[in-house]
Design a protein around this ligand. Structure first.
Ligand SMILES: Cc1cc2nc3c(=O)[nH]c(=O)nc-3n(C[C@H](O)[C@H](O)[C@H](O)COP(=O)(O)OP(=O)(O)OC[C@H]3O[C@@H](n4cnc5c(N)ncnc54)[C@H](O)[C@@H]3O)c2cc1C
Length: 452
């Protein structure tokens, strides 16, 4: 694949360099049904959705060309910046993506912010089809007083910090407190709790950034509460992540058996994964550990707990008002059945002292370009089976959106990314890490030198 450098090309030149769409009017399907056309497809975002899309297109059309635009200098989205450093096996998918990127019909174009450096209408002019797969980067705000206090962070930003996302490198989380509260009971919440409580030496051979590891080594956090509005039957994490928490060295779980009253009967009809997950929770909450488990727990210096039926009301300030010192939670009870179960407040409240509040209550997409419709309530681009609806302007080009999974690969063989990749791998070698991530975009650009 030809090396394409996006760092130095002025926008109009490279846009004009795209071949005009062949034939008109075109439908998205036409380029895939004829051998004569060379479909030029543009994918926005190089996470799993973008890469699987590219992979699929290249596989199913022998002439299709796919350009993957990415605002970061490096590809792979949340596989690099989201997946926890102690889960390297999840990142193996990068190998497949790399194969895709190496196709001579695929180009990775990092360091291009679509909606700023190039607009969607410009892409529509230059390509037969545009696929929007730029993820869901906005975190859901808590919408409660005190949310702005130092010590309150988005779990996503915390993850980005230890995973080397450039924009989160200044986060400087203060881990000098004894207790942290995580709001939300999904896998991201468990990732964050695990990283906060894991003995730092267990992270030494991972690709966590050296800076984050340094801060974690100094951490005073001993207790992490993971708080959910609803009950044990509604947790959003999965059994693998729960098991890891239960087995986390040096920690013990704190679960209140009262939260599990009557659960045994209610899970009989639940689908198998939910039943197994709940049974594990139930056993952890109610059964005495065996001799070995009990000995481990007695030695544990750190703990984590799940707090159910609690909804955040207010972040409580320290006496000088300078930072978070606790959180006021509304006690809730459940109304309705099945999927429609809602948590309603009972009027009771509980104050939980803590120096760190991490919110992990969901993410939504953000609009990137005024020409693309956006549903601010759902936080998505409205679409019908992927096809963007009500797209203004000429409709000869197609605009598609993918929110998750879906499909691409790739980057180019002698690409800038491969140079950065090699540099990261070599920097990690001394410490026995798979890589030491580069986190400063300016330094990365300097390392790449002038474009070949
Ligand atoms: C903290 C965290 C941990 C996770 N851990 C796991 C895990 O262990 N296992 C698992 O299976 N799933 C995990 N997930 C879920 C998984 O990461 C996501 O489901 C998946 O990454 C979504 O893929 P995507 O391609 O839609 O989005 P993303 O991976 O977010 O990719 C979107 C890409 O678009 C780029 N982009 C954004 N805006 C623009 C723009 N304007 N111009 C150009 N490019 C742009 C972004 O930089 C990014 O590279 C995790 C998610 C999070 C938040």
């Amino acid at each position: 694949m030809a090396l394409r450098c996006w760092r130095w090309w002025p926008r109009p030149a490279w846009l004009r360099s795209r071949p005009p769409p062949a034939g008109s009017p075109l439908s998205f399907r036409q380029p895939f049904s004829t051998q004569e056309l060379t479909p030029q497809i543009c994918v926005v975002g190089s996470g799993p959705a973008g890469f699987y899309t590219a992979q699929h297109l290249l596989k199913h059309h022998p002439r299709a060309h796919v350009d993957i635009y990415e605002k970061q200098l490096v590809p792979f989205g949340l596989v690099r910046f989201g997946v926890a450093p102690d889960h390297p096996e999840v990142k193996n998918v990068i190998n497949t993506f790399t194969q895709t990127a190496r196709s001579d019909r695929c180009a990775f174009r990092g360091n291009v912010v679509v909606g700023r450096d190039v607009l969607v209408p410009e892409l529509r002019e230059a390509y037969h089809a545009v696929v929007l797969s730029y993820g869901a980067e906005d975190h859901q705000a808590l919408g409660i007083p005190g949310e702005e206090l130092p010590g309150v962070l988005s779990a996503r930003a915390f993850v980005g910090w230890y995973n080397g996302l450039p924009e989160n490198q200044e986060l400087a989380p203060d881990l000098s407190c004894d207790t942290a509260v995580i709001l939300g009971q999904g896998n991201v919440a468990l990732d964050v709790a695990r990283i906060l409580l894991m003995p730092p030496e267990h992270l030494e051979k991972t690709d966590i950034t050296e800076a984050a590891l340094g801060v974690l080594r100094q951490s005073q956090v001993k207790t992490v509460w993971i708080v959910g509005r609803r009950g044990p039957l509604q947790v959003a994490f999965t059994i693998k992540e729960l098991r890891e928490m239960i087995q986390l060295p040096g920690t013990r779980p704190i679960l209140d058996p009262a939260d599990f009253l009557g659960i045994q009967d209610r899970i009989k009809e639940a689908p198998r994964p939910r039943r197994r997950l709940t049974e594990l929770l139930l056993r952890t909450a109610t059964e005495k550990p065996g001799a070995e488990g009990a000995a481990c727990q007695a030695l544990a210096s750190r703990s984590w707990g799940l707090r159910f039926f609690r909804s955040p009301l207010q972040v409580l300030p320290s006496p000088d008002g300078q930072r978070a010192a606790g959180i006021r939670l509304a006690v809730t009870r459940l109304e309705g059945a099945g999927e429609a179960t809602r948590a309603v407040t009972t009027g009771d409240t509980e104050d939980l002292p803590c120096g760190l509040v991490l919110s992990s209550i969901g993410y939504k997409s953000r609009p990137i370009d005024p020409s693309v419709p956006f549903d601010p309530t759902l936080g998505i681009i409205p679409n019908t089976e992927g096809r963007v609806v009500d797209m203004p302007g000429e409709s000869e080009q197609e605009v598609w959106v993918l929110s998750d999974g879906g499909g691409p690969e790739g980057w180019c063989r002698c690409s800038d990314w491969e140079k950065l990749d090699a540099e990261e791998v070599s920097r990690g070698q001394g410490a026995g890490k798979p890589r030491e991530k580069l986190v400063d975009p300016q330094a990365m650009l300097r390392l790449l030198g002038p474009c070949a």
